[in-house]
Design a protein around this ligand. Structure first.
Ligand code: ATP
Ligand code: MG
Length: 241
């Protein structure tokens, strides 16, 4: 964060997370957000895009899970009305049907980079690469898809968030164990259980973020009416439970 030519930052829309990152995600990064179901991966992706739209930055949401009306409704419930942005093209929601394996793989490996450029998106969200990976027949094919996707995001010059399911038995790594290697940064969303065993809170840590210093602590966060809020100052999980 020092030096005469500091890296440009992209605000995530989550003040506490930006604080942990020294001001935001370095521009142009491909950042993996991994966590168990319900930890807020889709919400974080929408929040990231909504923050961009608020600054006039176009966004693209590539969804393999929820369809466009569901995503628009989720965003609306969090207080980010994106209908207008979808109508004007400021926000593009692309829904890939996981059943259409061959067409989807061809699209990611072929025309996706052009589609990204055409959308003019400054922020990209892919939710989730775990489902995308399931399309690949074997390990080399999965790698090729992931590297192709990350490469297309980088070539577009946009800043990207890829979400991935965490491995239920080892929640600090993704289910496929691949995605973390293609990403410039990894943010881990997880559950933390209070000592009494009756309260479960949410906690976040930044596992890696290339080209910047970042917090290495585990910080509590909540999902509320305005999306995720991270308490970057808390030293005790009590505040997150
Ligand atoms: N409008 C809302 N207000 C407050 N909290 C909400 C709201 N919508 C969702 N949540 C919380 O967010 C959680 C789901 O968040 P989200 O769908 O982003 O998780 P996810 O990590 O994407 O899950 P999955 O892996 O199943 O896709 C819910 O379980 C709920 O706790
Ligand atoms: Mg989700």
């Amino acid at each position: 964060m020092s030096g005469s030519n500091p890296v440009a930052r992209v605000g995530t829309g989550i003040a506490g997370l930006d604080e942990m990152l020294g001001g935001g995600v370095p521009a142009g990064h491909v950042v993996l957000v991994t966590g168990l179901p319900g930890t807020g991966k889709t919400c974080l992706g929408l929040q990231f895009l909504a923050a961009g739209l608020a600054h006039g930055e176009r966004g693209l949401f590539l969804s393999l899970e929820e369809d466009a009306p569901q995503l628009v409704e989720s965003a609306r419930l969090f207080g980010w009305p994106v209908e207008e942005a979808v109508r004007t093209g400021a926000l593009t929601i692309l829904r890939l049907d996981p059943k259409e394996t061959r067409q989807n793989l061809q699209r990611i490996q072929g025309s996706f980079a052009k589609e990204l450029a055409a959308s003019g998106a400054k922020r990209i969200v892919v939710d989730s690469v775990s489902l995308l990976n399931m399309l690949g027949e074997d390990e080399p094919a999965k790698r090729q898809t992931l590297f192709g996707l990350a490469g297309a995001c980088r070539a577009s010059g946009a800043t990207a968030i890829l979400t991935a399911e965490a491995d239920p038995t080892h929640p600090a790594v993704t289910r496929d164990g691949l995605s973390e290697y293609v990403a410039d940064g990894v943010i881990l969303l997880g559950y933390s259980t209070a000592e009494d065993g009756r309260r479960v809170g949410l906690s976040l840590r930044v596992l890696k973020m290339r080209r910047t210093a970042h917090a290495r602590t585990v910080q509590p966060y909540r999902i509320g009416p305005g999306g995720l809020t991270v308490d970057a100052k808390a030293v005790d999980f009590g505040s997150g439970l």
